[in-house]
Design a binder for this molecule. Structure first.
Ligand SMILES: [Zn+2]
Length: 190
């Protein structure tokens, strides 16, 4: 492994960026700026694979919190349709939100509506919207929504050391350190 990362966040962000371009032609992917300079695509893909394999024990909700946090939400789209805005939602990011939607239900949170969990998770992972806006859109009571939002944020661990995401980052750090993936950035010249 020639690519070293300062911390788990950097490793996951990098693996997500490489992965985020999946589905595009290899020729286009070869031109990605996210590709570490001097490495060929095969090596890049192999290294991203090593990061994902190392993090495999976190599958399900834990890895999904890391991906939802670090993956680009949109990726460039080159479909050339007239209606295309030049970007589309990243499948990787979208899947992570879907897995968290399902996991939150299994975790027994009071928020039973799928659409509500989805909108609240999208907000946790970067969209700026108020409880009032969301409640109005979904036709829900604002106070009930606020309570559900707090439950969900507590479960994810949005503002604390406990919760699915903080725990997942601790475990990811241990796994990546154990695999020798975290450490000093190696100079390309040396
Ligand atoms: Zn398009």
């Amino acid at each position: 492994m020639r690519q070293f990362f300062a911390d788990a966040r950097a490793a996951v962000r990098w693996a997500c960026t490489v992965e985020g371009s999946a589905g595009r032609p290899l020729s286009a992917r070869m031109l990605d700026r996210s590709r570490p300079r001097g490495d060929d695509w095969t090596e890049t893909a192999t290294q991203a694979g090593i990061v994902w394999r190392t993090l495999k024990p976190l599958s399900g909700a834990p890895i999904s919190t890391l991906v939802a946090r670090m993956a680009p939400r949109t990726i460039p789209c080159r479909c050339r349709r007239a209606c295309c805005k030049g970007e589309r939602t990243s499948v990787l990011w979208h899947d992570a939100i879907e897995i968290l939607c399902a996991s939150a239900l299994s975790a027994g949170l009071a928020c039973r509506r799928y659409a509500e969990r989805q909108v609240l998770l999208v907000r946790i992972y970067g969209e700026h919207r108020t409880n009032r806006e969301i409640a109005a859109e979904l036709g829900l009571d604002e106070h009930t929504l606020g309570r559900h939002a707090k439950d969900l944020e507590l479960w994810i661990g949005l503002r604390g050391k406990e919760g699915v995401e903080p725990q997942a980052w601790r475990e990811a750090t241990d796994l990546l350190t154990g695999a020798g993936i975290l450490g000093e950035q190696e100079s390309a010249e040396s």
